[in-house]
Design a protein around this ligand. Structure first.
Ligand SMILES: CC(C)(COP(=O)(O)OP(=O)(O)OC[C@H]1O[C@@H](n2cnc3c(N)ncnc32)[C@H](O)[C@@H]1OP(=O)(O)O)[C@@H](O)C(=O)NCCC(=O)NCCS
Length: 178
């Protein structure tokens, strides 16, 4: 599977992608709203292996693609939709970008393409997402792609020694079409 946008190619992960993944997941800005874990080559390999296993699942439920730059082929992140079951009409969407590439609209561009895929190819009815409330960059991506905030879940996640509120967002097929 592959999705093409103005500046990006979203393609399937391959085993050789792990060093590029490690390079961005090691960046302190990337880790800000994730659990504190040591970012090792083995962990990056495991992450890529998990995405490869998703490709092989039949019928497939998780479509998490590498975000690469059209101009250079450089891997700068990932973006995907994930269904609970192959027949589900609901999925969640997620994305992450190399902090060296923030502020250029790549996440928004990738997430838009992924939403289009979800609604048109997978015939989803609802796509949802959540983010740590302080993760303003992520919330802005969700708002830019037309998702609506449905709630704030208080003290939903415990990480980095404290509780964090999370924001729940969603968009429905007819809202996307409009
Ligand atoms: C969440 C994350 C992907 C957002 O990255 P980002 O660079 O802010 O998002 P985009 O790539 O969509 O870029 C949008 C920014 O680029 C700017 N921009 C520049 N050129 C642009 C263009 N052509 N199109 C759209 N936006 C553009 C926008 O103004 C916006 O900046 P602003 O939010 O300050 O107004 C990134 O912070 C990240 O990877 N974080 C770590 C992982 C993470 O938290 N993932 C989400 C878990 S819920």
């Amino acid at each position: 599977m592959m999705l093409t946008t103005e500046r990006l190619i979203l393609r399937e992960f391959v085993p050789e992608d792990w060093p590029a993944v490690l390079a961005y997941q090691r960046h302190p800005l990337y880790q800000q709203y994730y659990e504190e874990v040591e970012r090792t080559p083995e962990r990056a390999r495991e992450f890529v292996r998990m995405l490869l296993e998703q490709q092989w699942e039949a019928p497939r439920r998780k479509f998490q693609l590498a975000i690469t730059l059209k101009s250079s082929g450089q891997l700068v992140g990932n973006c995907g939709v994930r269904l609970e079951s192959a027949a589900a009409r609901e999925a969640d969407i997620g994305y992450e970008l190399d902090p060296r590439c923030w502020g250029r609209g790549y996440a928004t561009e990738a997430a838009r393409a992924m939403l289009a895929f979800g609604f048109s190819e997978l015939e989803l009815h609802r796509v949802w997402a959540w983010c740590i409330a302080e993760n303003a960059r992520s919330a802005r991506v969700l708002e830019r792609i037309g998702m609506r905030q449905e709630g704030r879940l208080r003290d939903k996640e415990y990480l980095r020694g404290r509780w964090w509120d999370t924001l729940l967002y969603a968009i429905l097929d007819h809202e996307w079409a409009a």
